[in-house]
Structure formats: C-alpha cells, structure tokens
Write a protein of this length. Structure first.
Length: 389
C-alpha cells in the first residue's frame, strides 16, 4: 500500500456560497496539518468551492500553497478576508459608491458585478493561463445553451456539445463568478466567445475530433450547481481509475433541504442566494444520485476515496463507522448542535462574523479528520485536534 506521502489526492469541492467555501478551507487546513497539500494533484470545484480555491491561489501569488504556506500565511489572510469584507450583499451593492459604479448592471449583469468584486474586493487577479500546471484545477459552471457542464481550466474551456477552446483568455475572477452565478439571484455571466480555436470533442474521451466555427459572440454561463453541485463529473469516470489522482476526497457542503423558504424576495434582500423550490428539489435529487454513484464506485473498489459531508458531527461519524472513543473525548469536539448550526448557515456571499467563520471552518476540519480516520485507511490514521490548528 502506498504511503500518504506518495498518494496523489483529488479534491471535489461542492457549491454552497461562503458556507461551503469555509467548510472546504477547514478540509484544506486538516490536510495541511498532515503535510498533504503537496499531494493534491487535481481539484474540481463548483460555486462556493470555486470561490475558495480562487482565493487560495490569489493569496499565494497564483501558486498552490505548501502545507506550511497555507497554515501560516494563506489561511490567516482568508480568515480576515471572509470576516471583514462583503463580497455580494445587498448592503454592499446599494451603497452610493456601488450604485454609481454598477448602475444598470444591478438589473441584468449581476454575475459581472460578482466578478468585479472578486477582483477589487478579494484581490483575485490573473488569468487561467497564469495558473500552475499542478494541481490541475477545473472550475465547473453550466452552459444555458447546451445544457452541459462547462469547464474552465488552465488550458481548456467549454463542453463536449458546444465545443472546447484550448487557449482560453479568461480571467480567474470571471470563471469563478460564472461558477457561482446562482440562477435568478445572481444570473448568468455573459462569456465572450472567440470566433476561432474551437473543436468538437468526443463525449466519451474528451479528445478533439474536428474544428468548428462559432457564430455567437457571447454565451450565457451560470452556476455549476445547476448541473452537478459536487463537481464529480470531471474527476470520476464510472468503472475506471482516474489518471489524475489516486485517492479522491469529495467535500460536500451542500445545504440541507428543509421546508420551503418563506418570503422568496425577502430572503434575496437579506443576501441569501435562494432559488425557486423546484430548483432545490431537482438539485438535491441530482446530488443524492451522484453521491450514491460515487459510493458504489468506492464499495466496488473501482476507485479509492470518501465523501466528507457537512452536517455530520464527529459522534455521528464514529457511530456509523464503529469507532470507539472514550465518552469524555467528545467534549473536545463541536457538539451535534454546533454541527447543525453550521450546515444551516444560509447559502450567501455576505461577510461572516468571526464566530460564524470559525464554527464552519472548525466543522470542516473536524469532520474531515474523523472521516479520514474512519474510512481512508492507514495513510490517514493520524488524528489532529482543532485546538492545535
């Protein structure tokens, strides 16, 4: 069996606004604690996951951080950013300065406003071409025109039905904003379409088949969660091991599907990125089906990995896995109630209070640690406590 130091890690980071982003930061902190960020070879992100990884790269000069860099420099900077700045809130958008800057775009170009705020407020600069070759990072969105999973990466953008372009001249902030462009609440990002350089690809292999000419000048792209909120499609092919990773961690920070939200417009005015109830039902069903597919692959031994799921407490994970701890050990972890509060945090892009930020990041850290210990084998048999983070 390979040791953890040689195991290539693939990460699939779900959507869910800043709630998901903070949960994923906790997973990264847990991996950094074991010195494993250097092992990450492939990352696939959706929405909140895309915002988190864009911020991580931005804080480290568009380089993937080492474990030490993440713990000592990147994570503290992101804690400040998430708790001091409003990325996309009503208060931030209707201030006199914002009204002058954005004017009519508030009505029909809100995804472009999000991209602008990623650049100016979060400092996410650079283009896809500026990213490193390793780890491979796929930013997932959805094409309204083709109805397929639209991917951005360092050397590619597109989908198999519309076509793929192999030298995308796209800002990282634009790609991340498109991935997070929740239908109706934010709306589509209108992506400029180069006239040349497009290729039809084989849907099974992704390889180019023939060149195609595109007549559109712009293409509406929105939230990757509308197609696959877990970001699994690019990383997992049924029945075969990926060439890009050896062990997959799917971090699912999707919100809980509760009763229908009351006051759709009032929720939007509070900054919650709510969608019509039908969208929530369909999204929850797609997520469940993809989770089951992935678990079936794990159980068959076709691929190795696990799902780190938000909302589970350490006690929950231990009970399901049969792990036995001393009763008083659980006082060192978040309570079941705190885990429930964390997963119930609304899907939004508002500033978090320091308490909210720490609650969600700690939840991601502890759930990741317990899940790895329970399901990942001897490579992850070390345990780390939050109070040491």
């Amino acid at each position: 069996m390979e040791g953890a130091e040689t195991l290539r890690l693939g990460l699939a980071l779900s959507g869910g606004g800043t709630r998901a982003a903070c949960f994923h930061l906790g997973l990264l902190l847990r991996l950094a604690r074991q010195g494993l960020l250097e092992n990450v070879s492939a990352v696939s992100t959706v929405s909140g996951g895309s915002l988190a990884i864009a911020a991580v790269f931005s804080e480290n000069g568009n380089r993937w951080p080492s474990s030490v860099e993440y713990e000592q420099t990147v994570y503290p900077a992101l804690r400040t950013k998430f708790t001091k700045t409003d990325l996309f809130s009503i208060a931030a958008l209707v201030s006199p300065r914002s009204l002058i800057r954005y004017n009519a775009r508030l009505i029909n170009r809100r995804a472009h406003i999000l991209a602008d705020r990623l650049r100016t407020v979060w400092g996410i600069t650079g283009k896809l071409a500026d990213l490193p070759a390793t780890p491979k990072w796929w930013i997932n969105a959805a094409s309204i025109r083709s109805g397929k999973n639209w991917r951005f990466s360092k050397g590619e953008m597109g989908d198999w039905k519309f076509g793929r372009h192999y030298s995308p001249d796209v800002l990282i902030a634009d790609a991340a904003a498109a991935s997070a462009a929740v239908p109706y609440a934010i709306g589509a990002l209108h992506l400029p379409v180069p006239a040349g350089g497009w290729y039809q690809t084989d849907p099974a292999t992704g390889k180019p088949v023939q060149s195609v000419t595109q007549t559109l000048t712009t293409l509406p792209i929105w939230d990757g969660g509308a197609y696959d909120n877990l970001g699994l499609e690019v990383l997992v092919k049924v029945g075969r091991q990926s060439p890009d990773w050896d062990f997959l961690i799917c971090s699912d920070a999707s919100g809980v599907l509760g009763p229908p939200a009351r006051g759709f417009l009032a929720n939007l005015l509070r900054g919650n990125l709510v969608t019509p109830r039908l969208f929530d039902l369909m999204g929850d069903q797609v997520r469940s089906l993809r989770s089951r597919m992935l678990m079936r692959e794990f159980s068959r031994g076709e691929v190795r990995g696990l799902i780190v799921r938000m909302g589970n407490s350490v006690r929950d994970i231990d009970l399901k896995s049969g792990r036995v701890r001393q009763h008083d050990e659980y006082h060192r972890f978040q309570t079941d109630q705190e885990a429930s509060v964390a997963v119930a945090h609304p899907t939004a892009l508002n500033r978090l209070s320091p308490l909210e930020f720490e609650r969600i990041v700690r939840h991601g850290f502890e759930v990741s640690d317990a899940s790895l210990a329970a399901h990942a084998g001897s490579e992850f048999d070390q345990s780390f406590m939050w109070d040491a983070a």
